[in-house]
Design a protein around this ligand. Structure first.
Ligand code: GDP
Length: 369
């Protein structure tokens, strides 16, 4: 395999080792002219962008390059995993460039969602997380919703800037990019070479009908999300794919809910009250007594408490415990990155704990819904 050769599409250094990393090219494709990486090939020939991923450090280097340009940034996040998919340091890196926050997968929210309230929530949370946003757009790449609004916003803010699309893995970035390609691009034109030849990051420039570009960046991997820890089979259970049907549990203190064998929620102290689980419809929930919870897991992890199966559970990091004191009168969610959230409905306060594999982001936040 020729060392150091670059993709004549995006300029990334070609490699033959990892099909999920930028610059991958099967050996036999070296015979094709022009020599372009598999990703560019797919975009060019099948109008289909596939996701490549990079580690956080590499991604931050890429972001700082965007900071030096005059750019419009589309930051895609997943409403089901909002805090898990937000790129925390984004503002520091993109400088004064405007950012559109595209909140994707809104098809997952219950039918009765109050959109104004949701918008307020997103604005507040974004601010809390240090993001300045020019505009917030709700969309569903799956249902093709919100794209007109997104494109309008792009028109409104980009001037003569290029548009960079950034997002964590699994937020729906490829699905979104593919829609944009299908609806707006002119692929008779050649894919142009990256502005950053020699970087190890591939950014694919997608020409639009009017001569501007949308630039797809690699998805950033956050190991703090279940989606990065589990296999595809378990992912299809944990990831909601239909509108969430919240499940309400009336609990007394000293009760525990198991979410398959992925994690558990303990109601430790407080008045009898209800907790609403916003998790994938395929997630089996098992209620038990807190005092029996450890024993139950020891005996039944991977069987009654599954998925994941025994084998998969043994590959996950050991669990850690996160305890929260929910103040009286607060409207809060216990958020578990990738799994969903549990809304605390009681007004009288509570002490709860969550047990999940080490590294998974768990936090207390104001209620989303
Ligand atoms: P990427 O890693 O950000 O490029 O994400 P993909 O586009 O590959 O999507 C990741 C997963 O999310 C796939 O299973 C998609 O089907 C799903 N997905 C993408 N967009 C949406 C959406 O708007 N709604 C829902 N429910 N799922 C979506």
């Amino acid at each position: 395999f020729p060392e150091g050769r670059k993709c004549s599409g995006c300029g990334v250094k070609l490699q033959n080792e990892d099909a999920n990393k930028p610059g991958y090219l099967p050996v036999q494709a070296l015979e094709r002219e022009p020599v372009i990486c598999q990703r560019c090939f797919r975009i060019k020939n099948y109008n289909e962008s596939s996701s490549v991923t990079v580690e956080q450090d590499e991604f931050l280097r890429l972001l700082s390059q965007i900071g030096e340009k005059d750019a419009l940034v589309i930051h895609i996040v997943d409403i089901f995993d909002f805090e898990g998919s937000v790129i925390g340091g984004l503002q520091r890196f993109v400088g004064t460039n405007p950012v559109l926050l595209a909140v994707n997968k809104i098809d997952l929210l219950p039918k009765v969602t109050n959109w104004n309230k949701l918008l307020n929530w997103v604005q507040k949370q974004a601010k809390e997380l240090g993001l300045r946003t020019q505009d917030i757009i709700f969309c569903s790449a799956k249902q093709n919703k919100g794209f007109d609004r997104l494109l309008e916003a792009v028109e409104q803010y980009r001037g003569d800037r290029d548009v960079y699309v950034v997002g964590a893995t699994n937020v729906g970035k490829s699905t979104l990019i593919n829609r944009l390609i299908r609806d707006y691009s002119d692929l008779d034109q050649e894919l142009t070479t990256s502005r950053y030849p020699g970087t190890t990051l591939d950014m694919v420039n997608i020409p639009l009908d009017d001569g501007q570009y949308i630039i797809d960046t690699p998805g950033i991997m956050y190991p703090s999300r279940y989606s990065e820890l589990i296999g595809p089979k378990d992912l299809s259970v944990i990831m909601a794919d239909k509108p969430l049907k919240p499940i309400v549990y009336q609990l007394n203190e000293g009760q525990t809910l198991y979410f398959g064998g992925f994690g558990r929620f303990d109601f430790i102290q407080g008045d009898h009250q209800s907790f609403t689980c916003f998790v994938s419809g395929k997630m089996p929930i098992h209620r038990t007594k807190l005092e029996r919870a450890d024993e139950l897991f020891e005996k039944h992890a991977g069987e009654m408490l599954s998925p994941p199966n025994r084998d998969e559970i043994s590959k996950l990091p050991a669990w850690t415990r996160h305890e929260f004191r929910i103040p009286r009168g607060s409207r809060s969610d216990i958020f578990i990155s990738g799994l969903g959230w549990i809304k605390v409905n009681g007004e009288s306060g509570a002490v709860v704990a969550v047990h999940v594999p080490k590294g998974i982001k768990v936090l207390l936040r104001p209620s989303l819904i």
